[in-house]
Ligand binder design. Structure first.
Ligand code: SAM
Length: 189
């Protein structure tokens, strides 16, 4: 099966009013999504942030847990945080995964709470089957703030349907950490 990568996007994402913003990195996201990613054999958790100071913070967190005292105290956490790759933009993710081919060298998949029309939606069972038969690496993107910007959703090769909870439930705004874990289990569990 081809490689699966997780991407945590801090820009471009939406704010409450639908504007395009940049969110701050949440330490908990890095730990939680790295542990889930490692559990489901994701190659990397890519953290996209355009602000250098924020990337420096994330690199310090990674270093503490992978090479530093954190990793010595909790070796399992070192193995999880080791999948972190921190980059300025989605372009860097595409080149990191796609190599020479860049964006064409991988598939970009998104999840979203809102099934707002940005193109056709793929069901979870269909996405699972597509991943099993993938011929190019898959980058599964997760947003922060109020979700991935429309242009990111439009550019995706696969837009997976919202994770619906119980039938009839009128709430589906999961934390990015929860959405990532559920998505991984549906795709690879
Ligand atoms: N500040 C929030 C936090 O701490 O989680 C960030 C919310 S952000 C909008 C949540 C992200 O998780 C979304 O961009 C989407 O990628 C994913 N997500 C959340 N709920 C989802 C759902 N019901 N179905 C699919 N993906 C979902």
């Amino acid at each position: 099966v081809k490689a699966l990568h997780l991407v945590l996007v801090h820009h471009p994402v939406l704010d409450r009013d639908g504007g395009i913003v940049t969110t701050a990195i949440t330490n908990l996201d890095l730990h939680d999504m790295s542990r889930s990613g490692r559990t489901y054999d994701a190659v990397h958790l890519w953290v996209v942030h355009p602000i250098t100071a924020q990337r420096t913070l994330a690199e310090r967190i990674r270093a503490h847990w992978v090479e530093g005292s954190g990793g010595k105290r909790i070796p399992d956490r070192a193995r999880a945080l080791a999948i972190l790759r921190i980059v300025p933009s989605l372009e860097d993710v595409f080149h990191g995964i796609g190599g020479e081919a860049g964006r064409a060298g991988l598939q970009v998949w998104t999840t979203a709470a809102s099934s707002a029309k940005h193109g056709e939606l793929t069901s979870w069972p269909a996405a699972r089957a597509q991943l099993a038969g993938a011929t190019r690496p898959v980058a599964l993107l997760f947003g922060t703030g109020w979700g991935l910007a429309p242009e990111v959703l439009r550019d995706a090769d696969v837009r997976i349907a919202p994770i619906d909870g119980a039938p009839g439930s009128d709430f589906d705004h999961l934390s990015v950490r929860a959405a990532c874990a559920i998505a991984l289990d549906r795709l690879r569990g």
